[in-house]
Ligand binder design. Structure first.
Ligand SMILES: Cc1cc2nc3c(=O)[nH]c(=O)nc-3n(C[C@H](O)[C@H](O)[C@H](O)COP(=O)(O)OP(=O)(O)OC[C@H]3O[C@@H](n4cnc5c(N)ncnc54)[C@H](O)[C@@H]3O)c2cc1C
Length: 315
């Protein structure tokens, strides 16, 4: 463990749209924030080519460029952006207490306020062909990327409420939606299943999994397999959406911050306050509903304002 403890006003954990927006606001409010990027500098948007729905980019922008611009904007006002991973935390339950955060297992930071913006990780199937075509037609976000497949044939994998909702969303835009459900029944609520069943251009295949995603540089189809009979079938599609869930990046906060049964952090009312005074959460780590860059940025702004107000009450 390091023998030099760094004491700061504001620590931001995570470098997605939520973290960088929090950093822009916190640095402009003279909170001298230090931001740690984690393993994925720039966050989830660095895994996508085209972001078309973030306001202010009329021609769209590619994800990595947008995130470099957000970083530059945060640095312009004095945010210290550092490469590093928060590996352990020990939060004070006292109002005004110092929060201890360990970076990369050795460096110790004591912060008056901590903004948690560690996001969530989309789950994928893990097939090599799927990984190869991520960004080339394989996507984990129908609301983000569905538009690119307007009037085209697409497929979606998943059985829960999100999958059902995304399938009906895609059905509005696309020509046809082939939906693969691994078991012989949906996990989604009855209402959502009803919506899927009543959407004529969705075809549901139960007991079905992806055997391989077809295509060299872009998705050209899927080969699906019936896991009961072993029968394989190829379907021509240009897009494949994986809707099998997200994992919030909250392992290090277990036992410290209140979270729901799936690990999403719980915030109080319309604020970004957690159960610990001086610790705030923003972005996808506390939002399983909307999961968009703009909503992450919005709550990032809120968390910096909440942190600033908290610091003001200490003075
Ligand atoms: C393929 C894909 C395409 C998408 N396209 C769009 C789109 O077009 N438009 C749109 O609005 N949204 C899109 N989204 C959703 C959008 O990316 C997310 O909603 C948004 O990035 C969430 O921002 P965030 O800041 O909460 O977290 P994230 O972007 O998930 O960033 C989390 C950050 O936390 C860091 N981190 C995690 N753990 C630690 C730790 N222990 N210590 C330090 N740092 C840590 C990570 O390194 C990362 O930098 C897309 C998502 C995906 C997967």
């Amino acid at each position: 463990m390091s023998d030099t403890i760094e004491k700061i006003k504001c620590l931001i954990i995570g470098s997605g749209p939520a973290g960088y927006t929090a950093a822009i606001y916190a640095s402009r409010a003279d909170m001298n924030p230090v931001l740690y990027t984690g393993m994925e500098p720039g966050g989830q948007l660095t895994t996508t080519t085209e972001v078309d729905n973030f306001p202010g980019y009329p021609e769209g922008i590619d994800g990595p460029t947008m995130m470099m611009q957000l970083q530059a904007q945060a640095e312009r006002f004095g945010t210290q952006v550092r490469i590093g991973l928060a590996t352990a935390v020990e939060f004070s339950k006292e109002v005004g207490g110092w929060h201890k955060v360990i970076i990369d297992g050795s460096k110790e930071i004591h912060a008056q306020t901590v903004i948690v913006s560690t996001g969530a990780t989309a789950k994928y199937l893990g097939l090599p062909s799927e990984q190869k075509l991520r960004g080339g037609g394989v996507s984990a976000c129908a609301v983000c990327d569905g538009f690119f497949y307007k009037n085209q044939d697409v497929a979606i994998v998943g059985a829960g409420d999100t999958a059902a909702e995304e399938a009906t969303y895609l059905a509005n835009i696309c020509k046809s939606v082939t939906m693969l459900v691994r078991k012989d029944t949906f996990r989604a609520s009855k209402a959502m299943v009803h919506r899927v069943e009543n959407t004529p251009n969705i075809t549901v295949h139960f007991n079905s999994e992806i055997d391989e995603v077809l295509g060299d540089d872009v998705v050209e189809g899927i080969r699906m397999v019936n896991n009961q009979t072993g029968e394989k079938k190829e379907v021509a599609v240009t897009g494949l959406f994986i809707a099998i869930g997200h994992k919030p990046n909250t392992d290090i906060f277990k036992g410290q911050l209140e979270m729901d049964e799936t690990g999403y952090l719980i915030t109080q009312g319309k604020t970004t306050k957690t159960n610990i005074p001086g610790v705030f959460a923003c972005g996808d780590v506390q939002d399983k509903e909307y999961r968009q860059a703009i909503t992450a940025a919005g709550t990032g702004c809120m968390s910096a304002l909440d942190a600033e107000r908290y610091l003001a009450t200490l003075e």
